[in-house]
Structure formats: C-alpha cells, structure tokens
Ligand binder design. Structure first.
Ligand code: BYC
Length: 471
C-alpha cells in the first residue's frame, strides 16, 4: 500500500485498521500529541496556512498543497514501499533478509536509536515556537509552519515504530517524548543542540541549514538499517526533509545577499546602523550552529557506533555505493584526536571511527553552502568571505571537548579563549542587535529590510501569494 488512507482517524499506509490493538494504542497517544502541539507548538494564532500534505510516498506529485488550519493538519504514518527481497547490506548479518521484527538481542540498542531520533523532532518545534511573532514575510512564516508540522509528523513516524515493535516499554518511551522539553532544567531533550534557543530568524536559517542537515545524514544511516520498518520510514522522512534544507540554504543566501547589497550601495562594511546583519555577525552565527551540529555526530571514536554497524542497525551514508566489504573488520581510518594535548590525527579501526566517517560526509556537504554564500559575495564585488571553523572549535562532545581552539584550529589557553570567544561566537550584544531587527512583516508581498526576497515562491505560487491567514 503506497497511498495514505485519509479516511482513517490516523492517516496511514501501514494497514493500521487491521491491527485494532495498535490502532487503539496510537489513538490514545493522539490526544496527548495534540495537547503537546497546542501547548508547545507554534504560538502565533493563525486561521490557516498553505501547507503541503503527503498523499503518496513515491514519485513526483507525492504532496498536495492547500490552505489548512494547522491543528487540522493530518499527521500520519507513512512508510516507503516494502521491497520483499531486501537484504541487509552491511555488518555481521550482511546478505541475510532484512528484519520485519526486532531481534531480541538488538532490542535495547534499536529502541535507543529510535528514541534519540524521535526526541529531536518535537524538540525543534519547541525551539522554533515563538518565531512566528517576528516572521520577515508570509512566505517565511509558511515555511516555518511547514517545517514544524513535518517535524511533528516525524515524531509520529518514530512513535509508530515504538508502539508497533517495542511493546510496553515502547509506549512508555512514546509518552516520554512529549514530556521532555527543549531547554528544560528538569527534563531536557537528549542531544545538546536541541536544548539551545532558536530566538531569531538568522538562527532559524542556520539551524535548518546545519542542524537539519545532521538529520539528513543520521536518517540516511538509519535508512540503511536491517530493521526494515525503520529503513522505510526514514526513506520517506528524507523526502520531506529536503524542504527543510532548502529553507536553510536559501534563508542564509538571502541574508548574505541583502547584507552584500547594502554594503555595496553604501560602500561600507559597517552596516548594522543601516538595518542589516554585518558579515562578522553572520559568521559568528555560522560558527555556533556548525560547531553544535558537529557535536551531534558523537565522539570521533565510539564503541556504540561500531556495535550499531556490526549488528546492522545503523549503516554508513550511501552504504551500497561504498566499494569495500561492508563489514570493515580489518579496515582502519585516521580520525581527529588530541595527542599529548595537541590537535592531531590518529589511526583507529574503521568500525570505531564511523562517527568520523559520517561527520566528514556532513562537513563536505556543509562546505557546499559556504561556497554558495561566498559566490553571492563575489558576485556583489566584495572581497570578504565566510568559512567553516576548524573541527576542534567550540566542541562539547568528542576528542576536543576538553580543550578550546580558535576557528583556525589553534589550541588556546583557557584565559585566551575566555577573552576572545566573543570574536567568534555571538555575544549578548550581537544577539540583542539581531533580535532588534526581528519585526514581523505580515503584509502580502512585503519583506523585512534585513533579508532579500526569495527567487521563487512555494509550489509555483508568487512571493506575494497569501501563504498564511492570521487569526
Ligand atoms: N549531546 O559513543 P558516542 C534530526 C552521548 S537530527 C548529548 O560518542 P554515539 C533533526 C551518547 O548518546 C538527527 N549527548 O556517540 C534535526 C552516548 O551516551 P551513552 C538525530 C551526546 O552513540 C533538526 C555518549 O554521549 N538522530 O533528525 O556513537 C530538526 C557517548 O557517545 C551527544 C540521531 O542522532 C550530544 N550531541 O553517537 C529535527 C540518530 N553526542 O550511550 C530533527 C540516532 C553523543 O554513553 N542517534 N552523546 O549514554 C545516534 O545515532 C547516536 O546516538 C548519536 C551519538 C549519533 C547521537
């Protein structure tokens, strides 16, 4: 079954109606989800939003667009098509048929991976809940809400797996996903970056560029999983995720473009007083979001990831395109390390270095964004350039958590870091300045002065389309 059934209370393409127990369990989670959405979801009151809703899981035309009151968005359970012949592509079980049930010996690890993935989705909605109050345009407001409802759906995706395959413990974990909250002192979200604030739209664009991109890479590795229902749900999530990347990429494009324009028009770098965000502030935001996102890949070496791979739970990015034995038991990799207190590299087994392998794929992808933004500066005739800071900069997880380093990768004594970190990370003054620019623009076809309009609207609509009707 590929087409979601929207006649059901919980739209799905997993034949939920044929499993009454599961259906009842999920139907009893549904009101808790909706009350979480009402209390922790977007705060700006709206009548309706021009949203896309999935109507198929394959091909083009998989989504339908229309104005929908957000609370009536049909969150549902959609898995990519099953390939009955699918075989495990890596690890100790390579070549065996993919699993349709959870093997007892891997239950705890699989549940943990699904809970961590599930925890990030509502976390991001919580982080972004107040942004509607300062949206730079109706187009941006609509994109924010699209990202939010889809993160809500991604939570549904993980909750379905927990309910369907992990029994009572799974159901308890599904409840917990609604009880932890981003930034909470008592019960915070699991991963660091999801407890940070997203208080302004520059942060939102950076988050959707850098942190959603971690999502892309982690989902890519879970799509390889031997546990077929996880693989199939991640495959479809990745389809929705592409829009979130677009929001981040073009969002930062548009900030850089507007800043460059004002710099050129006024022949000055000092553009804060002219109501746009100076390049050094953009760089500081980039430094922050990139470094906290690097932390999301875990340590450079990790026995967890080696075990996940060998068991077949979590593969590599584009596993099937890799030209090796897909077991890696005899292979080695150079990873970043602290050796005698210095930033260096060391050789470790390829299995324990798999977080590094994934982080490197991610870094290569991120450098594509920087190239794009620098092309905008170059085309404006400016000599300034943005860059990705060194992998040791501002790290709280992994080999470099114990030291401080500059964006160019020099190790710094604690005193120098404390004295200089305001040059590299947003200070209170920077944040207050950025927030001062964040005033809502809700008029059709209008946009805030600190960001350029997008080149294209959504689904072929123009920029001045009525993307959102406010309450
Ligand atoms: N913060 O062995 P290590 C997304 C913990 S984003 C706090 O080095 P491992 C999205 C770690 O859990 C994608 N704790 O790491 C984006 C471990 O704890 P235990 C989310 C951290 O296990 C935007 C210990 O430190 N999905 O979808 O190899 C919007 C040692 O760790 C952090 C996933 O992450 C951290 N940053 O790898 C919406 C996929 N990093 O076991 C959505 C599932 C590590 O000692 N998760 N720790 O108690 C995983 O694959 C892995 O758990 C990790 C960590 C990659 C996160």
């Amino acid at each position: 079954m590929t087409r979601p059934d929207y006649a059901e209370k919980i739209p799905n393409n997993v034949g939920l109606a044929e499993d009454r127990r599961l259906q009842r369990a999920l139907e009893s989670w549904q009101p808790d989800f909706l009350s979480w959405w009402e209390t922790m979801g977007p705060t700006l009151p709206t009548q309706d939003v021009y949203l896309r809703t999935a109507i198929d899981v394959r091909g083009e035309g998989w989504a339908q667009f229309g104005h929908v009151p957000m609370i009536d968005y049909r969150w549902g359970i959609f898995l990519a098509d099953k390939n009955p012949d699918r075989r495990i592509a890596f690890g100790a079980h390579k070549g065996e048929p993919a699993w349709q049930k959870v093997p007892g010996e891997y239950r705890a690890e699989l549940q943990r991976l699904i809970v961590i993935q599930g925890d990030t989705e509502p976390a991001s909605v919580e982080q972004q809940r107040n942004l509607g109050a300062t949206a730079p345009s109706l187009y941006d407001l609509r994109n924010l809400f699209q990202v939010n409802v889809e993160e809500g759906r991604h939570l549904w995706a993980m909750v379905y797996l927990l309910h369907a395959y992990f029994g009572r413990e799974g159901r308890e974990e599904a409840e917990e996903l609604l009880h932890r909250n981003s930034g909470s002192q008592d019960s915070p979200r699991i991963l660091g970056a999801f407890n940070e604030e997203t208080p302004d739209w520059l942060s939102f664009y950076m988050f959707t560029y850098f942190t959603d991109r971690d999502g892309k890479y982690q989902l890519g590795t879970l799509k390889e999983s031997a546990f077929d229902p996880l693989s199939r749900t991640c495959e479809f999530m990745l389809k929705e995720e592409a829009h979130h990347m677009m929001v981040g990429t073009t969002g930062v494009d548009r900030v850089v473009e507007r800043t460059a324009q004002v710099m050129v028009e006024n022949d000055t770098d000092d553009v804060a007083a002219l109501g746009v965000i100076p390049l050094p502030v953009i760089q500081k935001y980039l430094n922050f979001h990139y470094s906290v996102s690097l932390d999301l890949f875990g340590g450079e070496t990790s026995t967890n990831v080696a075990n996940y791979y060998t068991a077949g739970l979590k593969g590599r990015w584009l596993e099937e395109r890799r030209k090796d034995d897909h077991k890696l038991t005899d292979d080695a990799i150079m990873v970043d390390a602290l050796i005698d207190g210095d930033i260096a590299q060391t050789e470790v087994s390829a299995l324990t270095g798999l977080n590094t392998d994934l982080r490197r794929e991610y870094i290569a992808d991120c450098s594509g964004g920087v190239k794009r933004w620098n092309r905008i500066l170059e085309e404006a005739g400016l000599s300034q350039r943005l860059y990705l800071p060194h992998v040791a900069f501002n790290r709280k997880v992994g080999a470099f958590a114990a030291i401080e380093a500059s964006p160019t990768g020099e190790k710094l004594p604690a005193g120098e870091w404390a004295a200089r970190k305001g040059e590299w990370l947003p200070t209170e003054v920077d944040k207050t300045f950025v927030r001062s620019l964040m005033r809502p623009v809700y008029e059709r076809g209008k946009i805030a002065a600190w960001v350029a309009p997008p080149r294209n609207g959504i689904n072929g609509q123009s920029f001045d389309y009525d993307y959102v009707h406010l309450a």
